[in-house]
Design a protein around this ligand. Structure first.
Ligand SMILES: Nc1ncnc2c1ncn2[C@@H]1O[C@H](COP(=O)(O)OP(=O)(O)OP(=O)(O)O)[C@@H](O)[C@H]1O
Length: 376
């Protein structure tokens, strides 16, 4: 079932929780609503579900205008963060609930309900727990049962509000993979809310990045990463290093530091260069492209990578910079805390001070990614 939001807005009193927004979700797509707390994700999800009415606009499921349709008639499955299972019912009874309360004419027979419940419990791989009560389940098991219950009535749209928010990191990861494969198998359309970037990027076909009640950008995870269209999206999708600079004749300058941009006239102005921690090289000398001196503040192994924290030396940066390398790369460089090093960005993004908020992608042609340059 495709979903279309046209000009949807919502106020709570004087507070504009959602500015008029448009969004098209394709049939079978899995969409992540990603944004900081208070950005309007849950409100948007509740409007799609019919738990909240919009102040303006239209909502379509396929060709059907469901703007005024009651939540019960929308045929959506809903999964909340806090499981919301019925405590006095067994697992099997919880899963059967949505079917039991269907109007008599639509309700399957008792035998059919029984069959469907056991199929669903097999799908979520918890058939052996059918007779348990929710309090006898782990958090991850409860959430799988909540999913089975939401899927029992065979909704074409599944809405999930921080479904794995209450679970620990390992279970979260497992359930994410499992939800994605279930989605691919059953082909329902899913919209889920999260403020976890990894979750959004790993699970979604497309991510909707929200801030302050509006949509900042909608795109596939790969495209969002490659082409963030605002500083907000850039900042929100991972750690980033910023070089704030003044344009001086042939380069961007900040104190003793400078950076030469690729030769494009629109770059020749004041602004900020954003550089990701994976997209830079360290060397013991400056070169013709970059003179960005830093002192190494810390070197911390994190899983397969090593994070190097860097303090600007002889120029001003609001925050420490961060560089990430493999253990092998770092060993080859032989760096220590307190060393003076020079950063050479390999790719980056430029936001002009007087610009419209969109970024120009920077590729320095004479330094292929992965190269470590030690001299000019
Ligand atoms: N029923 C309500 N009455 C008044 N204000 C509300 C109501 N529901 C939400 N809001 C406000 O609307 C804004 C958006 O809330 P919403 O729950 O959609 O954000 P969110 O992005 O889901 O945040 P979180 O990640 O914290 O759940 C918030 O500022 C919130 O305080």
């Amino acid at each position: 079932m495709s979903i279309r939001l046209s000009n949807i807005s919502k106020k709570f009193g004087q507070f504009q929780a959602l500015s008029p927004l448009n969004l098209d979700i394709e049939e079978g797509e899995m969409i992540g609503l990603l944004g900081p707390s208070g950005s309007g994700k849950t409100t948007l999800l509740r409007i799609i579900a019919g738990l909240e009415g919009a102040d303006s606009g239209q909502l379509y499921f396929g060709d059907r205008d469901v703007t005024q349709v009651h939540v019960r008639e929308r045929h959506v499955g809903f999964v909340f963060q806090n499981y919301a299972l019925f405590r006095h019912m067994t697992v099997a009874e919880n899963v059967a609930f949505g079917l039991q309360v269907m109007p008599r004419k639509q309700r399957p027979t008792a035998a059919e309900i029984h069959k469907r419940v056991s199929q669903l419990l097999d799908t979520v791989q918890l058939g052996h727990l059918a007779q348990r009560y929710p309090e006898q389940l782990s958090g991850g098991q409860k959430q799988r049962i909540a999913l089975a219950r939401a899927l029992a009535t065979q909704p074409e749209v599944l809405l999930l509000d921080e479904p794995f928010g209450a679970l620990d990191a390992k279970v979260r990861k497992e359930l994410r993979r499992w939800l994605r494969s279930l989605h691919d198998e059953l082909k329902f359309t899913s919209v889920f809310v999260t403020h976890d970037q990894d979750e959004a990027l790993e699970l979604s076909d497309r991510v909707v990045v929200m801030s302050n009640g509006h949509i900042e950008q909608v795109n596939t995870p790969a495209e969002l990463y490659a082409q963030p269209n605002s500083r907000f999206v850039f900042d929100f999708l991972g750690n980033v290093n910023v070089f704030t600079a003044e344009w001086q004749q042939s380069h961007w300058r900040n104190g003793a530091a400078f950076l030469v941009p690729p030769a494009q006239p629109q770059l020749q102005q004041n602004g900020a260069v954003y550089v990701r921690s994976h997209e830079l090289a360290l060397s013991d000398k400056p070169n013709s492209q970059a003179n960005l001196p830093f002192e190494i503040v810390s070197i911390t192994p994190i899983g397969a990578e090593v994070r190097v924290e860097l303090a600007a030396h002889g120029w001003h940066s609001e925050q420490l910079w961060e560089a990430k390398f493999t253990h092998h790369q770092l060993q080859e460089m032989g760096l220590k805390r307190g060393n003076l090093v020079f950063v050479t960005p390999q790719t980056g993004y430029f936001f002009a001070e007087q610009g419209d908020g969109t970024a120009t992608r920077l590729n320095w042609p004479f330094l292929p990614p992965g190269s470590i340059v030690f001299d000019i």
